[in-house]
Design a protein around this ligand. Structure first.
Ligand SMILES: [Zn+2]
Length: 150
């Protein structure tokens, strides 16, 4: 599990924001291949951050959110993305791809559903169709009437 996966959704997007606004004031690579740095906080504070890429929960930050807790905060993520911008780029691309795939799947299901309804309608008698149509109109009218209140 990486730093991104170990963070909350909120921390992730705040970390992206901090990275994009260059909140990482200084950083370096330690001998073990991890990273350390100084990150600007929301106000005047500056936080000392060190991240462990292999063991995200061993990462440290002096901010109140992360002090004495094994959590991944936005400062750690901002440092991570500053040191490894490609990781964020790939991750955001992956999110985009997932979203596109989900939209395509929804579109496919919606077409499939429409085809099923069409098939069902074709198999009904004219009397049944008229009855269904009138019921559908009444339901639409009812929904429209209710929506006035919102
Ligand atoms: Zn922090």
């Amino acid at each position: 599990m990486g730093l991104i996966e170990a963070s909350s959704n909120k921390s992730f997007w705040r970390g992206v924001d901090y990275y994009e606004h260059n909140k990482v004031l200084s950083w370096g690579k330690s001998e073990d291949g991890n990273y350390y740095g100084c990150v600007q906080g929301s106000y005047r504070e500056k936080y000392k951050v060190s991240i462990d890429v292999e063991h995200p929960r061993k990462s440290k930050c002096t901010c109140p959110f992360a002090t004495d807790r094994q959590v991944v905060c936005k400062h750690m993520l901002a440092l991570y993305f500053t040191a490894k911008p490609k990781v964020l780029e790939d991750y955001l691309e992956m999110l985009d791809r997932l979203e596109r795939e989900q939209e395509e799947e929804e579109e496919r299901l919606s077409i499939q559903h429409e085809q099923e309804l069409m098939k069902k309608a074709k198999q009904m008698s004219k009397t049944d169709l008229i009855e269904e149509l009138v019921l559908a109109w009444l339901r639409i009218e009812e929904m429209e009437k209710n929506s006035y209140y919102y």
